[in-house]
Design a protein around this ligand. Structure first.
Ligand code: PLP
Length: 387
């Protein structure tokens, strides 16, 4: 038994969609959990047809069907596609464009994607304009009628968590007939659904909150409409083969089933930590959209519900060396890149982003996990206060 996979008809809440995975089962054995299908190829019938539509696993593995249906339902889109990583999902959108196409993206965004746009994307012929985050007037000036085909945004944006107004970006995109794509990795569909605010495409690094256990690399795209552009994105995936293995797709689905409780706990912990550190004498600034002092707080309240996410950054008094020392002092927070797992992580972000980063040198990025917030606060305080 499956629930309606046409999300437009789904009245279920995100929590129920996630916990029950839209009711997908192992039909052959009546098992509650679908199995893993490792086969790469499918037999033709004697009449030369493929009755179930599957030919070859490159983009037709049965283990993609459930997570893709769940992702489409979560984001209120018509269709979803899994990819081998968040980067391959994002890059597939750009590869579906044509050389000479103009796109606009924010200055603060996931650094590896910004680098891709600046190097390989530009070499391939994409024209990219970066605009300051939060500056709608700059965005309006940057779009070129007849040339701008795509606006790319990320909110809250990694790693300073500046916030952009999705509805305002959608309006600018529509004014020049461009698509709007939103990297929704950090907010997750639990807290924000960009399509509700006018986005055309939503992207996720499923490596993060969707999977949630730091053990799967995956990406996803969800589309509002199954239009000609989406057909091109599908062709890019089919031809390039940047897909997940069936085991990873199965693991991702298992992780997604608990996402609502993980994300809520991370949000609660993050809020408690932000409050505990905002007036700490060794802290220059806490960057967290949940704080009233955050410049993007009002917009976050408008477009996020149920929390402000599990990501924050702390600017440490004393500059880069002081920040690196605090990271070294922490015991519970693991010094590692990535985010969205059940365990808390700390990262001196400028070290990984390198030259040209808009990230301040005194910034520590925190991915807040689902541990007890008192333990995490105690660890941060001892890390900041250690001699
Ligand atoms: N988007 C954001 C906001 C990210 O943080 C990341 C990875 O850190 C990506 C995209 C890229 O995803 P992946 O590492 O799955 O390729």
């Amino acid at each position: 038994m499956r629930f309606s996979v046409n999300n437009k008809k789904t009245t279920l809440t995100v929590e129920t969609i996630l916990a029950q995975g839209l009711g997908w089962m192992d039909d052959a054995n009546n098992g509650l959990i679908p199995g893993i299908f490792p086969g790469t190829t499918f037999e033709r019938e004697a009449d030369n047809s493929y009755p179930n539509g599957r030919v070859y696993t490159r983009d037709q593995n049965p283990n993609y069907d459930q997570p893709e249906a769940v992702l489409a339902a979560l984001e209120a889109g018509e269709d979803a596609l899994l990819f081998s990583s968040g980067m391959s999902a994002a890059v597939s959108v750009f590869q579906a464009l044509k050389p000479g196409d103009h796109i606009v993206a924010p200055e603060v965004m996931y650094w590896a994607l910004r680098n891709w746009l600046l190097t390989l994307g530009s070499e391939w012929g994409l024209k990219v304009t970066f605009v300051p985050n939060g500056d709608i007037d700059a965005l309006k000036k940057a779009v070129i009628p007849g040339e701008t085909v795509l606006l790319w945004m990320e909110t809250p944006a990694n790693p300073t968590w500046v916030v952009d107004d999705i509805a305002a970006w959608a309006e600018v995109a529509q004014s020049v007939g461009a698509f709007l794509a939103v990297d929704n990795t950090v907010a997750t569909p639990l807290l924000c659904r960009p399509i509700d605010f006018g986005a055309d495409i939503v992207m996720h690094s499923a490596t993060k909150y969707l999977n949630g256990h730091s053990d799967v690399l995956a990406g996803a795209l969800i589309t509002k409409n199954q239009d000609g552009f989406w057909d091109r994105v599908k062709k890019v995936r089919n031809a390039g083969g940047a897909v997940l293995g069936p085991f990873e797709a199965w693991l991702l689905m298992r992780g997604m089933r608990t996402m609502s409780v993980r994300v809520r706990q991370a949000c609660n912990n993050a809020m408690a930590i932000a409050r505990a550190l905002e007036n700490h004498p060794d802290v220059e600034e806490v960057l967290y959209p949940g704080l009233e002092s955050h410049p993007g707080h009002a917009i976050s309240k408008k477009q996020m519900s149920g929390g402000f996410g599990g990501m924050m950054s702390v600017r440490v008094k004393g500059g880069e060396s002081a920040a690196v020392k605090v990271a070294a002092n922490l015991q519970l927070f693991k010094r590692a890149t990535s985010l969205g797992g059940v365990e808390s992580l700390v990262e001196h972000r400028a070290s990984i982003e390198g030259e040209g980063t808009p990230c301040p040198a005194d910034l520590l990025r925190l991915s807040i996990g689902i541990e007890n917030s008192d333990d995490l606060i105690a660890d941060l305080k001892q890390g900041l206060e250690a001699e």
